[in-house]
Design a protein. Structure first.
Length: 755
């Protein structure tokens, strides 16, 4: 066998010390290349098959071995036999073993052992192995937790020879099996695969004290609305102490509630009220950045010699000889998402700090271990209080390119979107795995971790959400909500290409079919209302298009999210001027339009269609002037259509949008084929008809929707004759499909089940 980039002298020395039959060694600088080569050679089909044929063989992965005259990463294949008592304890006879992972003290943070373990599990699965064994010593509690986190169970001990002495390891086993064929479902699907999440943006949900701003008291008044809808989880947007520069996504104290929203005691009451109704509570976690009013940043900004200086990203001007932060002196050309440079000059200490968002939202330095531990400790305290997990804001931004080099220049732009320099960075997987290990591993209960990840690809999402890797449960991605955005900004609005929208969502269904998990959503606090964006908000078609969009989304594989008011079919606000927008993103964009002399009418159109304030107008509870949201003056105007589009008019009314959502949620709970069945897209190139099939064993589910105003006739084929109508958006349809073509009215949607 040939393995490239090995250092023969080191490998031979290690072989002599450890008594092995194969060794690969390399210095840390080339470790990743060596790992890649090892996987490509030693674990190739032919080579790996040789080890599978001999159960006594052991795949040993070591970073350093005591007594070995080198310091680097090493991978070994040993001939040491397994003790008989261990072999007898194995329920599934392993045909491959990973017998030990050595990790030098202090090096675990690099994530090398974890990454190699994941690759080995994949290789063993592909090679047909039934199981893998791992070993560690009794004192290494961290390694034991590491193994347990990745599905290994302690089964006994193993005697092995190291040099001229024998040692004993605890042995852990992890069965490796293919997808279960029973009912066509993945065996033991996670609880969240059949769950539905409801997002509450507290500022706009319900106001209990008349100040015009929603609060925890208002949420408490409406918990029965959530229970009636049937959701399993409530995601609460930030309610922490905050100066509100970005409506709470600029946090000044992670462990207290902003008086604007209420008190910790009210949060405790809300947790208890939700739990009593079988609903979990997930908090929004914003740890890529803090507020510049957070105690951490104040200490960091107090001087270059501050103990917390390195808790944030500080850099000198481009010209080190200058003592001022004039134009062009920013450390690089990165632009802020909220316009302008991503660097803010700090006069008192003579350096710039990084802020990918508003200047009042400085980025934390996750390279600093103290920062990570402070974040993890805060998370543990919230879990101790009864919180059931976290939705993590822009969490794939926490690892930046350490060079902080310029992003690719754009003609005519001083500051650019340097996305590739800070998204999905070199240590992000390591940081998330460490978070999982330090916060969730070994804790009793069922928790949910959701990673909001702008720009993430399906391939990267598989890595983030593979249960074996222990990072997050699901991603919150943005590909499908970028379809109608032009190249210059989100406000560069272009006509919707529904075929592209369909292909995007279907591509994610296919990419995460075997491994990983996705969030399903149309609306959230950062997106305009789906009925106005992807549907048809003309009053004649509003109701049917709202139901069609809901049907399309909730029939897919993934965890559906319902944003407040979406269950009613709430629409965009009729903005007419820039002055009506309150969101910092839109306000800063309009300043840029004026400063750069851009097309004002095009900008206003884009802001009206894509602005975040569309999602943040008050929840429409009833037809009163303030929609039942407040007894005072609402912080944002209420949509005028609250006179007929409101909860009072829909809850309990047969055929309403609310009752349609309620039925869809119940179907996900009742039919495993919806939660975990296979996905097959139909009519992929049809711009108006959206259709797909979900399959689980002998069950087949057909979801079909007409996304146009004109009736459409469809040929479904004889295979669907007799299929039962589970849910339809138009009342009076036949309970089962008859042979022959099917005609769907404008924006009509249906779900059929064939058993």
């Amino acid at each position: 066998m040939t393995v490239r980039r090995a250092l023969p002298a080191d490998a031979a020395a290690l072989a002599e010390v450890a008594g092995v039959t194969f060794a690969l060694a390399c210095p840390p600088s080339t470790a990743q290349e060596a790992i890649d080569d090892f996987i490509a050679t030693a674990l190739s089909e032919a080579a790996f098959g040789r080890y599978l044929a001999d159960p006594a063989r052991t795949l040993l992965v070591a970073e350093s071995v005591p007594g070995a005259p080198f310091d680097g990463y090493t991978m070994l294949v040993s001939g040491d036999p397994v003790d008989a008592d261990v072999a007898a304890a194995v329920r599934i006879r392993p045909t491959a073993e990973l017998s030990k992972i050595y990790v030098r003290e202090g090096s675990h943070g690099r994530g090398t052992a974890r990454e190699l373990l994941m690759r080995t599990i994949d290789a063993a699965r592909e090679g047909g192995a039934a199981g893998i064994w791992l070993g560690t010593n009794e004192e290494n509690v961290r390694a034991q937790r590491f193994y347990a986190k990745h599905g290994f169970e302690r089964i006994g001990t193993k005697r092995f020879k190291l040099g001229d002495r024998y040692e004993h390891d605890l042995v852990f086993e992890r069965p490796i099996g293919p997808r279960s064929e029973e009912d066509g479902r993945v065996s033991d699907p996670a609880w969240f695969t059949s769950a539905v999440v409801y997002q509450i943006y507290p500022r706009s949900f319900a106001d209990s004290d008349g100040d015009g701003i929603g609060d925890l008291g208002g949420v408490l008044e409406h918990v029965d609305h959530l229970a009636t809808l049937g959701v399993d989880v409530v995601w609460l947007s930030p309610i922490y102490s905050s100066p509100q520069a970005d409506n709470g996504y600029d946090i000044s104290d992670y462990e207290d509630i902003d008086p604007l929203f209420g008190t910790l005691e009210q949060l405790d009451e809300l947790i208890a009220a939700l739990h009593a109704r079988g609903i979990k509570l997930v908090m929004d976690l914003v740890v890529n950045h803090t507020s510049d009013e957070h105690a951490w940043f104040r200490e960091s900004a107090s001087g270059r010699d501050s103990a917390k200086r390195d808790w944030y990203v500080w850099r000198d001007p481009r010209d080190p000889s200058t003592s001022s932060g004039g134009p062009g002196q920013e450390p690089n050309n990165w632009g802020s998402f909220f316009s302008g440079s991503a660097w803010q000059w700090h006069e008192a200490s003579g350096q710039y700090y990084l802020h990918l968002f508003d200047r009042k939202q400085p980025d934390l330095n996750w390279e600093n271990e103290d920062v990570r531990e402070a974040v993890f400790a805060m998370m543990r305290r919230w879990l101790d209080r009864g919180v059931d997990g976290f939705r993590m804001d822009v969490i794939n931004f926490i690892s930046k390119d350490p060079s902080y080099a310029d992003g690719p220049p754009v003609a005519g732009r001083e500051h650019v979107n340097a996305f590739q320099m800070f998204a999905d960075g070199p240590r992000v997987h390591e940081f998330l795995a460490e978070m999982h290990e330090q916060v969730f591993a070994g804790r009793e209960g069922s928790f949910l971790t959701v990673g909001e990840m702008p720009g993430v690809t399906p391939e990267e999402a598989v890595l983030y959400t593979d249960p074996d890797r222990g990072e997050v449960d699901m991603v919150f991605q943005f590909e499908h909500v970028s379809i109608d955005q032009g190249p210059t900004s989100k406000f560069d609005h272009i006509a919707l290409d529904r075929v592209s929208l369909k292909r995007s969502l279907h591509r994610w269904q296919t990419a995460l079919a075997a491994k990983g998990w996705n969030s399903l959503y149309w609306d959230n606090h950062d997106q305009p209302r789906a009925v106005s964006r992807f549907g048809d908000d003309d009053p004649a078609y509003w109701e049917q298009s709202a139901k069609a969009l809901a049907t399309i989304l909730h029939g897919m594989r993934g965890t559906p999210y319902v944003y407040q008011g979406e269950e009613l079919g709430m629409t965009n606000y009729p903005f007419r001027s820039a002055a009506e927008h309150r969101d910092v993103e839109a306000v800063n964009f309009w300043k840029r339009v004026l400063a750069e002399g851009l097309d004002q009418q095009a900008a206003l159109t884009g802001m009206a269609k894509a602005g975040r304030d569309n999602a943040r107008t008050p929840m429409q509870w009833d037809a009163s002037p303030t929609a039942g949201f407040t007894t005072g003056e609402p912080w944002l105007p209420v949509n005028p259509n609250r006179s007929w589009l409101n909860a009072t008019a829909q809850v309990g009314k047969a055929g309403s949008v609310f009752e349609h959502y309620r039925a869809l949620i119940a179907l996900r709970h009742e039919h495993p084929v919806i939660a975990n069945g296979d996905f097959t897209g139909l009519l992929e190139n049809d711009p108006d008809v959206w259709a797909y099939v979900r399959t689980a064993g002998r069950q087949k589910l057909l979801v079909v929707a007409n996304c146009s105003r004109q009736p459409r006739e469809l040929e479904l084929g004889d295979g669907w004759s007799g299929a039962r109508l589970l849910l339809g958006s138009v009342e009076g349809r036949a309970a089962a499909l008859a042979p022959g073509p099917v005609t769907l009215a404008g924006w009509e949607s249906r779900i059929y089940l064939q058993e």
